[in-house]
Design a protein around this ligand. Structure first.
Ligand SMILES: [Zn+2]
Length: 179
C-alpha cells in the first residue's frame, strides 16, 4: 500500500473547470493532469522531464555523423553478402545489427542520445539501399515475365529481410540503454 501511495499525485487544488491541479514532485510547480508525466518517482512537469533527458543526452561534436557513417558502412558491407545466404539472413542480420551498435558505441566513447539512436537507425537503413533498390527495380521492370519475377523475388525478399532485421536490431540495442 505504501508503495502505491508514493505514486499518487499530490492534488493541490482545482481549476475553474473542475480539473485537479497537481504538483510536480521535483520543482513543485502546479501542473494539470494533461501535462503531467508519470515517472517511476511520481508526477513531474514537462520542463523537469526535458531537463532530465538533457542530462542523459551527452553526445557531442561529430558523434552523430560518426554514428551514421559507421552504421551505414557496416550495413552496406553486410548487404553485399548476407542476403546471398538466403534463410541464414535470419541468423546473420541481427548479428550485423549488434555489430553496428557496438562499433558505434566504442567509436563515440559510449556517449549517447536519442539523436544518435536515430543516426544509427538512419545509417543502417540507408546503408542497405544501394543493394536493395536495384534488386527492387529488377522485379518491377521485369513484371511482364512471370518467371523472371519469381527468379528475382526471392533475392529481393532476403534483401528486405536483411534491411529490416539489421535496422531493428541496431535500433533495439540503442533502446536497451536507459535514456
Ligand atoms: Zn517540475
Amino acid at each position: 500500500m505504501t508503495e502505491t501511495h508514493e505514486h499518487e499525485p499530490e492534488i493541490i487544488g482545482e481549476n475553474p473547470d473542475g480539473t485537479p491541479v497537481l504538483r510536480c514532485n521535483r520543482c513543485g510547480k502546479p501542473i494539470t493532469p494533461e501535462t503531467a508525466v508519470l515517472t517511476p518517482t511520481g508526477y513531474r512537469c514537462q520542463d523537469c522531464i526535458r531537463q532530465q533527458q538533457k542530462v542523459f543526452d551527452n553526445t557531442k561534436g561529430l558523434d552523430l555523423l560518426i554514428g551514421f557513417l559507421i552504421s551505414g558502412i557496416i550495413s552496406f558491407a553486410g548487404s553485399w553478402f548476407v542476403p546471398r545466404f538466403g534463410f541464414f539472413t535470419l541468423l546473420i542480420a541481427p548479428g550485423i545489427g549488434a555489430l553496428i551498435f557496438n562499433a558505434v558505441r566504442i567509436a563515440v566513447k559510449r556517449r549517447r542520445s536519442k539523436a544518435l539512436n536515430s543516426a544509427i537507425l538512419a545509417g543502417a537503413l540507408i546503408g542497405s539501399l544501394p543493394m536493395l533498390v536495384p534488386q527492387m527495380l529488377n522485379v518491377i521492370t521485369m513484371s511482364s515475365e512471370l518467371l523472371s519475377v519469381i527468379g528475382n523475388l526471392t533475392p529481393l525478399i532476403w534483401r528486405v529481410v536483411y534491411t529490416v532485421l539489421v535496422a531493428t536490431t541496431a535500433y533495439a540495442q540503442t533502446k536497451g540503454i536507459r535514456l
